[in-house]
Structures are given as C-alpha cells and as structure tokens.
Design a protein around this ligand. Sequence first.
Ligand code: MN
Length: 257
Amino acid sequence: MTRPRILVTNDDGIHAQGIQTLVQALSPLAEVWVVAPASEQSAVSNAISLRHPLRLRGANEARQYSVSGTPTDCVYLAMNHLLRESPPDLLVSGINHGANLADDVFYSGTVAGAIEATLNDLPSIAFSMAGRGPYPFDQLTGHIQRLAEYVLRARLPRGVLINVNFPPDTLPDTKHKITKLGRRTYGRIVVEKTDPRQTPYYWLGGSELGFDDLPGTDCNAIADGFISVTPIHLDLTHYRFLEELKTDAFFTNNETS
Ligand code: MN
C-alpha cells in the first residue's frame, strides 16, 4: 500500500495542543494534512459559512492551513479545493480538549468535522479527551496510531464514523470498550445581564450535572476508566416507528394522503 494521506481538523483551533498531538502521532503512518479553524469553534456543530468569505492561511511545505471558519468549512475546503486532486484516505478530528459523550455529539464541532467527511464518503474518527485538563496527550500516541490504522484497514459501513473518548487518566495500556451513546445532563442555565447601553443580554450554558447510569454507554465507559469507542450512524431515521406511522390511522385516513 502506498503511504496513506490523512486529513486532520479540530474545533479548538490550529494552535491547540490536541491537534498538534494528532499530527505527531499520525506523521509516522501517513502524509498528514492539517486544515483547521484559526480560532476556537467548540460547540458550533455542523455550521457552514455561506454568508461571508473565508481566509485560508498556511504554507504548502508544512501542509498546515488555518481557515477563518468552522470545522465543517475546513473539511469542505480541504476535500473540494486543497486536496481535490489528491484525496485523503482518512479524516481525523481532535483531539478535543474535553469529552464528546452522549448528546454532546449534536453540538460538538470536533464530531462535526468527522461528520462532514463521512457525509462525503471519507472514513473518519473523532477523538476527544474527557476532563478539564491538563490533558496527558503524550499518553495517547499508541492508541491514536492503532485506531487510525484499524479504520484505514477496515471498511466502515457507509454513513458511519467512529467517536473515541479517552478518560482523563489514560495510559498507554488503557483498555477500550465498544459503546453506545448515553445520556448526559447539563444545568440549562440562562444568565441575564445588562450591557453598558442598558440593553439586556443573555449568556447560555451550565456546568455538567452528570449522566444516566446506563450499562454499555460511552458515559459509563469513561466513568469506569476505559477508552470509549462508539460507532455513530448518520441516518437519523427511526425505522421501526416509520413502519408504525405508515399504518397509523392518522396517516392512512388523512385527507392529505
Ligand atoms: Mn473543542
């Protein structure tokens, strides 16, 4: 096999320690290209910039580019412009500074970078590290290399990405658990204040309150000190309920049907 090409992005910005850890870990395995946000984009989800221009900065030799946009913008620009003639074999996003467990995947910019690749049939992995730091990223090298090699070798089903979370105290011999998404609860705080012109403003976001204790979930795996590996499917259709709806009297007798 020729040397694979790996595209790397994140949501903490190109200067974050997590993304530079990924570059160092993956460089022995592959030709690594970094296309990452110029500034932090945590919790921007799959936002794409359609109403303002983007600036691309970087040097060809280093293969590291910053984009004045979101993780989705970065992967879009990389796949459809920078690497159009030499497409990557894998997209790796992260390592996020903080967990992306359970419902977090709907808000996460880190996971969104992986989603954008998977939507375009490029296999992807999202990496995040739980805890509030300092993050022992140097312990993750072997894990990252083995997981990237696995995904390069294995064929992920279409529309599926791998979401990996490391526990805060990960060591080189920490074990994996294959998990499903759990349920996390946050304090849904709204702080209301008044600006210097006497207009009210609002600041959203409370701290993590905890998670539901559900065996087999990503939250439980991290709490138990394992590396959590969750396959995420981008088809959000609920097939069993779809069949129920088809036979529901509301829809079968409805004058609009
Ligand atoms: Mn982040």
